[in-house]
Write a protein that binds this ligand. Structure first.
Ligand SMILES: [Zn+2]
Length: 205
């Protein structure tokens, strides 16, 4: 599950990596990192559960969709650093706690993650769509077409409920509304032939 930074429960999850010898030092350093980032207004969770192995914690952090994961171990502790891993690209970045403009750098990262994820969603939407706006009637559009559930179909619709119901009962798909990108282009509804717009028809789950 990938969540956008704005939707994810927390911005960060800190995963401390320690052994019996350096346990106390690393855990207290991890808390320091958590506190430091919290003062900037970021939401930070510290996974200090001592039973779960780091590998399983990484897996959990991915499942829960934290945009950024922080690893702190011996090296980070010694150098007053943190290793940040981007959820979307798995790129590793090392920051010193005293880095100038740290808050701004992190905000920039979160913004970039949001952007790549929006691009993925948009690309997927484009790849899945099939344009049926050349068809003038509901019969023409759907009589010889077997609709695929994972596709998105573009059709012309006037926006009226009565027409939506006809299209939906014919296709067993749902009208999700106008495609706002192309709202300026006038089209004729495939049911009533009155003025409408390119609209999105998709399977609703
Ligand atoms: Zn209509």
């Amino acid at each position: 599950m990938k969540l956008l930074p704005g939707i994810a429960p927390k911005n960060f999850i800190i995963i401390p990596i320690f052994n019996r010898k350096n346990r106390n030092a690393i855990l207290s350093y991890a808390r320091k990192v958590q506190k430091h980032l919290s003062t900037f207004g970021f939401t930070v969770e510290l996974d200090d559960n001592e039973i779960t192995r780091p590998g399983n914690k990484f897996y959990r952090s991915e499942r829960f969709g934290y945009p950024l994961r922080i690893e702190v171990g011996q090296r980070e502790y010694q150098n007053k650093e943190m290793t940040i891993i981007r959820r979307d690209t798995f790129q590793k970045l090392i920051f010193n706690l005293d880095t100038k403009n740290l808050k701004r750098e992190i905000k920039k990262l979160l913004k970039q993650i949001r952007k790549t994820q929006q691009d993925i969603v948009f690309k997927d939407f484009i790849e899945r769509q099939i344009d049926l706006t050349c068809y003038k009637t509901i019969t023409e559009a759907f009589d010889h077409l077997l609709l695929e559930t994972d596709r998105i179909y573009l059709i012309n619709w006037c926006g009226r409920k009565v027409c939506a119901e006809k299209i939906e009962s014919k296709t067993n798909f749902s009208l999700l509304g106008y495609d706002h990108e192309s709202k300026t282009i006038q089209r004729l509804c495939i049911v009533c032939q009155s003025k409408g717009h390119q609209s999105v028809l998709a399977k609703r789950y």
